[in-house]
Ligand binder design. Structure first.
Ligand SMILES: [Mn+2]
Length: 324
């Protein structure tokens, strides 16, 4: 990972003095629930700020530049497009994200993107592709494949359709699959899944995973050997720049009640186990971005330690970037 040179000045960033050091961390937020099941994830960037994520990143020795938030989008029912709800506004937000990340990545900063839902990974991959530094890879930590299409479920929620659109699977909505230039945005060899619970996938998704020969480590495998599962996934990815995406629903919801989807109770990795896996990825010299999706702050209202504990984990993970 390239370094940011020549700064050395003090910047005032949301009240904290931040010294520009050897490595920059840019932190755009995507306060959007447009592509989600309901409102809630639009609150995540602000909740992570309030939980002390910036201060923890700084305490971990990172130089943080705040890139600010994209325009707020709050989910509402899209009765004109019930099977791909709010696809137009969601795609526009992702195009904006990719545009915002372009200069950040080009100057060698590591990007931490706060969602929003999992479609933010498409904006990150579009920006990495534009770097023209080789085929980018995506380590996708999620309880779900996110390979649904508007035809494979009746939900109409794009938040578990993102990778179907990145891979341009049959039946995708053109407005999203074609939002980033030539499609597909990604080939199957550019993605490795970590933490999938196959029982929670649709039949369509399981069929696509088998047909395309996807690299998938289940949640059970991830919990049993976090570092081993991550290493095997990283081995499979191409040599170009690497993005890590964390859908917080991959976590055991009883251990870390953070996710929009509450179905992960007592299964999947704990926050500590996921941290082990993602720390390995962060050490990878290809690592350029981490995106965090599907966090709904209302889920942890009764467990006030959950968000600060999560912020601590993220800071520890990012503290090792480039220390491969
Ligand atoms: Mn998910």
């Amino acid at each position: 990972m390239s370094l940011v040179h020549g700064c050395g000045s003090w910047l005032c960033w949301r009240g904290w003095p931040v010294r520009c050091g050897a490595r920059g961390y840019a932190r755009p937020g995507v306060p959007s629930s447009a592509a989600s099941y309901a409102a809630g994830q639009d609150l995540a960037p602000a909740a992570l700020r309030s939980a002390g994520l910036p201060a923890r990143l700084i305490a971990a020795g990172l130089a943080v530049r705040d890139e600010g938030d994209l325009p707020v989008q709050v989910w509402k029912p899209d009765r004109e497009h019930p099977l791909a709800q709010n696809a137009g506004p969601a795609a526009e937000s992702l195009r904006q994200l990719a545009g915002r990340l372009g200069p950040v990545l080009a100057r060698g900063d590591f990007a931490l993107v706060l969602g929003g839902n999992c479609t933010i990974a498409l904006g990150v991959m579009a920006a990495l592709r534009r770097l023209e530094a080789g085929a980018p890879g995506l380590l996708y930590a999620d309880r779900h494949y996110d390979l649904n299409t508007p035809g494979s479920t009746t939900d109409g929620a794009l938040d578990w359709m993102g990778l179907a659109h990145a891979l341009a699977l049959p039946g995708c909505a053109d407005v999203l699959a074609g939002a980033f230039g030539p499609r597909p945005l990604l080939e199957p060899r550019q993605v490795a899944w970590l933490g999938v619970q196959p029982q929670r996938a649709t039949d369509w998704e399981r069929a696509q995973a088998a047909r395309l020969g996807l690299h998938v480590a289940t949640g059970q495998a991830l919990a049993a050997d976090p570092a081993g599962a991550a290493a095997a996934a990283l081995d499979r990815l191409p040599a170009g720049p690497l993005a890590v995406h964390l859908d917080v629903d991959v976590l055991d919801f009883t251990d870390a009640p953070l996710a929009e989807d509450t179905g992960g109770r007592n299964t999947g990795p704990t926050l500590g186990q996921a941290e082990q896996a993602l720390t390995l990825a962060a050490r990878d010299p290809r690592a350029r971005a981490l995106s965090i999706g599907e966090l709904n702050p209302t889920r942890s209202a009764g467990d006030p330690d959950a968000l600060p504990r999560f912020a601590d984990s993220i800071a520890r993970i990012l503290a090792v970037t480039g220390r491969g």
